[in-house]
Design a binder for this molecule. Sequence first.
Ligand SMILES: Cc1cc2nc3c(=O)[nH]c(=O)nc-3n(C[C@H](O)[C@H](O)[C@H](O)COP(=O)(O)O)c2cc1C
Ligand code: SF4
Ligand code: SF4
Length: 263
Amino acid sequence: MKISLYYYSGAGNTKFITDKLTKQLTAKQHSVNCVRINNRSISHIDRNSDLILIGFPVYDLSAPELAQLLLKNIDSLNKPIAFFCTKAFLSVNAIYELVEISKTKGMKAVAAQDFYMPATDALALFAKKNSRTEKILKFFHSRNIDKKLARFINRIEKGAKLKTAKKWYSYLAFLIPEKTKKSFHNQYTKYIPEFYSIKDICIECMLCVKGCPRENIRFDEGIKFGLDCDMCLRCLHHCPVDSIQLGNYTKGTVRYKKVEIND
Ligand SMILES: Cc1cc2nc3c(=O)[nH]c(=O)nc-3n(C[C@H](O)[C@H](O)[C@H](O)COP(=O)(O)O)c2cc1C
Ligand code: SF4
Ligand code: SF4
């Protein structure tokens, strides 16, 4: 099968699963073309592949906006599609929402799989380096990832229609007051204006500028941040000299990269 795999990853958890999945698919003689989701790649889906695969981290109970836009930008495409996500705790309807968008494009969802991984937000915001909190947060992740991936690939190869439904407890959302829902939804966006880079430490390697999925970082006599941010924390976790901070929240906290993301 010719597979186009589109993945989004901040600190590297989803890239870690992407690499493992690609390895297993290739071992089974499938050809895989991996593309990182960013501002530039969301309008070019490969219409000639046999299957579309989308991998994403759960941010704020949903898929990052760019992963949603990638699907929304497709005109219509009569192809099978599969999804995987990484999450720290709760994804609620994150996969279901993407399956629903893909249906409107004429695509048939055939498989979906989630993986528990360390919380990249909590590590940066709450865990001091070498603390017990860091150890605890890093301890929680899915076991038997290879076996889970093998089952996921089997479902992809079978190609049967995936049954999805909204999580039953999401219907209880009406019990939560609107004000609380709103403040939960905005909990990360409030940090966005706080991004900055310490000029004296920055070695001007431009990794953050090149790597930001939303092209939200520029160099203008120093690193400057805009407000078009997903809070993926890629810039913060991957800066080689810990120059990037989120106000005072991330001083002395953990910088975590599961794997390097070079593209
Ligand atoms: C801004 C932000 C919001 C997050 N929201 C959630 C969430 O709602 N539910 C959850 O289970 N994990 C949440 N997480 C944790 C990530 O889903 C998890 O760490 C994921 O594996 C990160 O993958 P990445 O390194 O590929 O970006 C959040 C992380 C960030 C940075
Ligand atoms: S990644 Fe860090 S060191 Fe490199 S340019 Fe960005 S802030 Fe500076
Ligand atoms: S500014 Fe940093 S956190 Fe925001 S989208 Fe870009 S890389 Fe991610």
